[in-house]
Design a protein around this ligand. Sequence first.
Ligand code: HEC
Length: 109
Amino acid sequence: MKYLSFRTALVALLACGLIAACASLAFADDAAATYKSKCVMCHGPDGKGSAVGTKMGARDFTSAEVKAETDVQLTEVITKGKGKMPAYNGKLKDTEIKDLVTYIRGLAK
Ligand code: HEC
């Protein structure tokens, strides 16, 4: 009985670890996919801004100005919108927006 419950716990632990690992991988993929489907048309695949986006006033994500902004500021622009930048409040989950900020930071490296 003791042996069995230990084994069950071990299996459960392993399963949890596996699920957590898969989930974190899926998150990274999600951010890339969301960026591709919702942001690329204005911000470009490299974050430097498409022709359309640049005309609207989108700044280069890899520029010093955007790098100098805090995650909170970037999150606010995505959530509430700014100028021609659409608001994604209600369209994307908070966690998705957070992942997008991380993704944008990754483009600036
Ligand atoms: C219709 C075009 C358009 C789309 C689609 C769009 N953006 Fe933007 N975005 C803009 C423009 C224009 C600005 C500049 C706003 C301003 O400063 O007036 C901007 C600004 C930003 C900023 C602030 C950067 C800065 O200059 O400080 C972030 C972050 C951002 N966008 C992220 C996103 C993300 C993430 C998505 C996809 C979920 C997205 N944008 C989709 C046009 C767009």
